[in-house]
Structure formats: structure tokens, C-alpha cells
Design a protein around this ligand. Structure first.
Ligand code: FE
Ligand code: FE
Length: 187
């Protein structure tokens, strides 16, 4: 297969914009599933609110592509695909519980950190390329991703505690596992 060569920062900028565009589209498919699966009401509403925010983020990207005269498609974000697959596999395996909510929070925070990395780099390209209008739009989104990450951290402070308090047959299993691993270490 012929290698496609990006020749300058502007081309890389468009490439990365398409990657995050694909990521955002995938996120709009995943957030309703997270909202549905969340037990904690605040977490549920948080996912729903971020879905609306994400739709706005896609509109900002549409504006940027329009201004650049470029199509938004052509890239599939495999990184986001992997993160979201992990998240949906996790949801399918878990019953509703504080532990499951805590697991959804870490999955969501991995997504937010991916987005923060992407928008952080893309914003700097926009700045260097002198695309002031794009920069403003990208920074609004970057701020939203950071706020979402912070909200998730706040929620995790409460939910992780509930997850920690949950004790049942699992703790016996763990004790057994620890016991057996301790035994195998002794060998
Ligand atoms: Fe986003
Ligand atoms: Fe996000």
C-alpha cells in the first residue's frame, strides 16, 4: 500500500481533526449506554449532559472543517474504538452496583484524557497556524473535557467509597485467592 505522506503541520492538523471527529462520533454512540447502565443518579445525569455537550463539540468541528474547506470524514479513531470497547465489555459483564459505577468512571476518565491530549495538541497547531477562530472553538471544547474529567473525579470520591463498603461473598473469594497465591508463593 502506498504511504500517505503528510507534508506540513496544516495537513497533520486536518488529519488529527478527522481523528478526533471520528472519536467524538463514537462517543455519542457510547454515552447513552453508559447513562443507561449507571446506578448513581448524578453519574447518569452527568453522562446525559456530556452527550449533549459532545453534540456541540461535533458542531464546532463541523464549523472548522467548513472553514478549512475539508471533509470531516476519512479517519477511524482506533484508539477511541478500543477504549469504548473496553467500556462496553465492562458494562455487559457487570450488574448494577457502586463497583460497576466506579468502573464506568475510570472508563470515562480514560476517554476524557484521550480527548484532552488530542484537543491540547490540535489547539497548539491552530495557534501556530494562526487559525484564531479555530483556536477559540477548540479551547471551548478542551475546557469542557477538562471540566467533565473533574466532575468524574468528584463523583468517584463518593462512589469509590460506596464500592469499598460493598462486602459480600467476593471478600471470601478474595481471601481464598490471596490464601492460595500466598501458598503458591511459599512453594
Ligand atoms: Fe468530546
Ligand atoms: Fe468528552
Amino acid at each position: 500500500m502506498a504511504k500517505s505522506t503528510l507534508k506540513n503541520l496544516k495537513q497533520l492538523y486536518v488529519h488529527e481533526l478527522r481523528d478526533i471527529y471520528s472519536a467524538e462520533k463514537q462517543i455519542t454512540q457510547a454515552l447513552p449506554k453508559l447513562a443507561k447502565a449507571a446506578q448513581n443518579q448524578e453519574l447518569k445525569e452527568g453522562f446525559e449532559a456530556h452527550l449533549e455537550e459532545t453534540k456541540g463539540q461535533i458542531q464546532r468541528l463541523d464549523q472548522i472543517f467548513k472553514r478549512l474547506g475539508k471533509s470531516s470524514t476519512g479517519e477511524k479513531c482506533k484508539g477511541m474504538q478500543g477504549l469504548l470497547e473496553e467500556g462496553s465489555d465492562f458494562i455487559e459483564e457487570q450488574e448494577e452496583s457502586a463497583v460497576a459505577d466506579a468502573g464506568m468512571i475510570v472508563a470515562a476518565q480514560k476517554v476524557e484524557h484521550y480527548e484532552i491530549a488530542a484537543y491540547g495538541s490540535i489547539s497548539r497547531y491552530a495557534e501556530l497556524l494562526g487559525f484564531e477562530e479555530d483556536l477559540g472553538l477548540l479551547q471551548q471544547t478542551l475546557d469542557e473535557e477538562k471540566e467533565t474529567d473533574e466532575k468524574l473525579t468528584e463523583l468517584s470520591d463518593q462512589i469509590n467509597g460506596e464500592a469499598q463498603a460493598g462486602h459480600d461473598s467476593e471478600s471470601e473469594e478474595e481471601a481464598m485467592e490471596t490464601g492460595s497465591s500466598a501458598k503458591s508463593k511459599r512453594k
